[in-house]
Design a protein around this ligand. Structure first.
Ligand code: FE2
Length: 233
């Protein structure tokens, strides 16, 4: 399998490019508009043909590359079925499997960070990795105080859906702010300070008292992302 992790410094976003091997069809997860040229370079140099671009959710901190990638490559732009982005070409439902030249990604509905967040499990028959967006992060979890976020739903998505995956499933979130690049489900069960040894009530209390400032780009990014990033300047 061919796998690349990209990082956008401005928003600390991770983007993932996956294909079965060099020269094959590829899928990209959570692309950032400002990094589209870099993705296209990698795609060209590896002889890939991008056929799917997925956003795990409507991001509030950066503008998506979904629309640009669709215009440049003709790929499908994909989000979960509850997205308010009218521009996507395809909406996936809970449990649906996307097959890209043998690379299988199963969509799992994991609300909490936003009401429309999905995670994607690589090789769902014997899970290898999960792309969790901002629902479950490395030693943290995505804030739940805007975009119809809900700490109780976040707890349920993480503990019932994501923690049901095997412990050795690699965790690839959409962001990291401390330099971690990946984790595993087992690690987060044991060491995530918001979750390990906590009750649902304690988690809700923690999330309701984070007192975080709004993301700098929130007022720009959310409306732009509802148009797949194409209306942004
Ligand atoms: Fe987010």
């Amino acid at each position: 399998m061919l796998f690349r992790q990209f990082f956008d410094h401005a928003s600390s976003t991770y983007t993932y490019l996956i294909a079965s091997s060099r020269g094959r069809e590829a899928v990209i997860i959570d692309p950032v508009k400002e990094q589209v040229a870099q993705y296209l370079t990698a795609i060209e140099q590896l002889g890939l043909r991008l056929v799917k671009a997925i956003d795990t959710h409507t991001h509030a901190d950066h503008i998506t590359g979904l629309g640009d990638l669709r215009e440049r490559t003709g790929c499908l732009s994909i989000m979960g079925e509850y997205t308010k982005a009218d521009c996507v070409s395809c909406r996936v439902t809970d449990g649906e499997v996307l097959d890209t030249d043998g690379i299988r990604l199963q969509a799992l509905y994991t609300p909490g960070h936003t009401s429309e967040s999905f995670s994607f499990v690589l090789a769902p028959d014997a899970p290898v990795a999960v792309f969790s967006g901002d629902v479950l992060m490395i030693r943290g979890t995505g804030r739940t105080d805007f975009q119809n976020g809900d700490p109780g739903k976040s707890w349920d998505s993480i503990t019932r859906t994501l923690f049901a995956l095997p412990d050795d499933t690699t965790l690839y979130p959409a962001h990291d702010y401390k330099g971690w690049t990946s984790s595993s489900i087992g690690e987060e069960r044991r060491f995530n300070p918001r979750l390990a040894g906590k009750t649902r009530e304690q988690y809700i209390e923690i999330m309701n008292n984070l007192d975080l400032p709004d993301p700098k780009m929130m007022d720009v990014a959310i409306p732009a992302n509802l148009a797949c990033g194409l209306d942004a300047g």
